[in-house]
Design a protein around this ligand. Sequence first.
Ligand SMILES: Nc1ncnc2c1ncn2[C@@H]1O[C@H](COP(=O)(O)OP(=O)(O)OP(=O)(O)O)[C@@H](O)[C@H]1O
Ligand SMILES: [Mg+2]
Length: 250
Amino acid sequence: MGQSLHVRDLKAWYGNHQTLRGISMEIPENRVTAIIGPSGCGKSTFIRCLNRLHETTPQGRVEGKVQLGDADVYEMDAVDVRRVIGMVFQKPNPFPTLSIYDNVAIGLKLGGMRDKSAQFERVEQSLRMAALWDEVKDRLHRPAVALSGGQQQRLCIARALAVQPNVLLMDEPASALDPISTARIEELVLSLKENYTIVIVTHNMQQAARVADKTAFFLNGELIEFGDTTSLFTRPQDNRTEDYITGRFG
Ligand SMILES: Nc1ncnc2c1ncn2[C@@H]1O[C@H](COP(=O)(O)OP(=O)(O)OP(=O)(O)O)[C@@H](O)[C@H]1O
Ligand SMILES: [Mg+2]
């Protein structure tokens, strides 16, 4: 099941350059939350702080609090955090030397699941959830890189789901894909939200409006406005949100 994320006064730096200036927000469980805002405003940095990826960047530094349910993410083991808070990136990044099957199974193997039939079951289940099973079930041992871009992205989603996370972070997961593959990813996001908390960064405001229950507008490392997607797009409370969504800047 999904879990909520509570973010309190989150600040992040690359060296001396501060990119997040004190973000506080409540990300609800089993809902889709979209992060929008102009290039460079800190969207990727923000979600990379949620699963402690930012601190792995050279000179990356974080202050503030992130809680997953009742657990303090910054007091957990970082590897455990990245299992329960999975991530999908802009460019599909399957392991190029591994087969379709092994791309999904690798997290299970590393996690110590030795039983082959349990492993196979979880791989099948994950590929089904990612709406990819029917397309790959006859070629599970072919290289993952032989798949199309859209299929590779769904494979990466299956890989993230295989280790049974509570939260799925997606950083512009469809921006490298054609319209049909994009529509499939959007359908997939909607079908997954029953069981996962999803945070999706997108440049595409129509996409945010289609998939997200809640939307957050970021500008220069600050959270300007956060609310129900429909209200944010139809009745923005802040002039800067209005300027952005009406295309006056960014
Ligand atoms: N590895 C890095 N080293 C130094 N500065 C960085 C690094 N990555 C990002 N930044 C800076 O941090 C700020 C926020 O970047 P971030 O990638 O979070 O923005 P973004 O909103 O995701 O932008 P985009 O929409 O272009 O992906 C920017 O000023 C950027 O130049
Ligand atoms: Mg980004």
